[in-house]
Design a protein around this ligand. Structure first.
Ligand code: FAD
Length: 475
């Protein structure tokens, strides 16, 4: 083997790249991983690290009966069968074993009920009937640390601060990469460069819904999410899948950070549409919430009263009592002494908004039940005890709310069940694999609850690393 020759080159050191590097090294391959930024981790490191998976020892420890088959059915149904069943089936089958693999490497996910994405254990990920959200200790950071320790133990080398420029291609076969102007030859290459959330032109082309949020759009994905995978794909005529899909979370117009820093809207609130009516469970999972909001035929508002504003807990940047007060004083958050006056400012029918607030006050706050939207069930799954306060203390507030927080993107290089990149005829490109946000086909039009993207990164990254090692050794 010449000086600049390895079995497997991995491009990008987030969750998918680290999983690929570790699994390739486990097969005995020599591995070189390039990371464009000064540290490993990408969006994976910023995430809660929650993973969806079925049939795991964590579920079994809680007496939860589940299977890859049930996961597959739910996944496909939620995505209206727009995804290729063979690929999704492989993902659902390997997600559980990938969680076991992580546990074996040292990730801690206790068999305990968790009511949120931050407390280690098993939680409700989305709208599944069986809980599948596996929350690791120390979140995405913990996941990256454990994978990186495994990488070092197995001797897979990582080069930081080095953005791979292009692929080396010999007669149709991918034969390495160019980084820092140097050719590095490899038996196989795995593209795990993450998404393209940080690139406005790629967003406009592959995820126009994000641009529709206009000035309210803000991106929380890691700085390295520049969409470099499209350039690599273009070199070899790769097919692109997942166009038009990604994850935008609902936020108030004044949020600019992920909710851990921005804070959370007050429990005592209703979401209303242009008709002055409630239209959803305000605490619905983002597996469905952004879609429901986008389906309304006009602006959507979060409506709350003065008690709710004043009761916002301190320590957050945006959903904070003083910040909301400043927004109201600047006239950006609407404020009025009566519900009817607020309706006038919002441009919604006053009688409808009055009826909405009155009805709401007799439902969940008074009787503990939300018969129309079943919000009490969601709150119970989140471990909330006791109903929210009624909405009644003036002044009343309305903050425009829309899907505008861009978390991840789903368009990338089309892969098959073995994480091989496909060309436009549907044939594997020799020597090229992809996973995570860069490798498309698993993440669909509907985000299947918190944990969908990290599970995709780890599971398909692990498959890609193993397949690349086999490909490089010619087995
Ligand atoms: C704040 C936040 C919270 C989230 N919470 C969750 C959650 O709890 N559960 C969940 O499922 N999903 C969550 N997500 C989404 C999820 O984290 C990502 O979709 C997933 O981790 C992506 O993994 P990846 O390996 O594909 O990309 P990344 O982890 O982003 O890694 C890609 C890496 O490639 C590097 N790179 C890019 N181009 C090059 C190049 N040319 N050369 C070398 N390196 C390059 C980047 O710098 C980056 O480090 C969250 C995302 C964010 C931002």
């Amino acid at each position: 083997m010449s000086e600049n020759q390895v079995d497997v080159v991995v491009i990008g050191g987030g969750g998918a790249g680290l999983a690929a590097a570790v699994s390739a090294a486990e097969q005995g391959a020599s591995v070189l991983l390039f990371e464009a930024e000064r540290e490993l981790g990408g969006s994976t490191q910023l995430s809660a690290g929650m993973l969806t998976a079925a049939g795991t020892s964590v579920q079994a420890g809680l007496g939860v009966e589940d299977s890859a088959e049930k996961f597959f059915q739910h996944y496909q149904d939620l995505n209206q069968w727009l995804l290729k069943p063979g690929l999704v089936r492989a993902f659902c089958e390997h997600a559980g074993p990938s969680v076991e693999w992580l546990l074996g490497l040292g990730v801690e996910i206790p068999a305990k009920v968790s009511h949120d994405a931050h407390t280690p254990g098993l939680t409700r990920a989305g709208v599944e009937d069986v809980w599948r959200g596996h929350v690791p200790k120390d979140q995405g950071y913990g996941l990256v640390q454990v994978l990186d320790r495994a990488r070092r133990r197995l001797g897979a080398e990582a080069v930081l601060n080095t953005r791979v420029e292009r692929l080396l291609v010999d007669g149709g076969r991918v034969a390495g990469v160019v980084a820092d102007g140097i050719d590095v030859r490899a038996g196989a290459v795995v593209v795990t460069t993450g998404g393209f959330a940080r690139d406005p032109a790629l967003r406009a082309r592959y995820y126009p819904d994000a641009e529709a949020a206009g000035e309210d759009l803000f991106v929380v994905a890691a700085p390295g999410s520049r969409g470099d995978h499209f350039g690599f794909g273009e070199q070899v005529g790769a097919s692109i899948a997942g166009e038009g899909w990604g994850l935008l979370l609902p936020t108030a117009y004044f949020q600019r950070l992920h909710h851990w820093q921005s804070g959370f809207p007050p429990p005592s609130r209703v979401l209303v549409n242009a008709h002055g009516r409630r239209f959803m469970d305000e605490d619905a999972s983002y597996a469905v919430s952004s879609g429901i909001i986008s389906a309304q035929d006009g602006p959507v508002w979060t409506v709350f009263d003065e008690r709710a504003r004043a009761g916002l807990p301190p320590g957050y940047a945006h959903w904070d009592a003083a910040h909301v007060l400043a927004e109201a004083e600047a006239g950006r958050t609407l404020r009025a002494d009566t519900v009817e006056e607020l309706a006038g400012k919002m441009g919604v029918p006053a009688a409808a908004l009055r009826a909405t607030v009155d009805r709401w006050n007799t439902q969940l706050p008074a009787g503990g039940e939300d018969p129309e939207f079943l919000r009490h069930r969601t709150l119970a799954a989140k471990g909330v005890t006791g109903p929210p306060e009624p909405i009644g203390q003036p002044p009343f507030h309305a903050a425009r709310t829309l899907p505008a927080e861009l978390v991840c993107t789903h368009a990338g290089l089309e892969i098959n069940a073995g994480a091989a990149v496909l060309d436009e005829r549907g044939n594997p490109v020799p020597g090229l694999f992809a996973a995570g946000e860069a490798g498309a086909g698993v993440l669909g039009p509907r985000y299947v609850g918190g944990g969908n993207a990290v599970a995709n990164a780890i599971t398909m990254g692990r498959i890609a690393g193993r397949a690349a090692a086999e490909n490089a050794s010619g087995t």
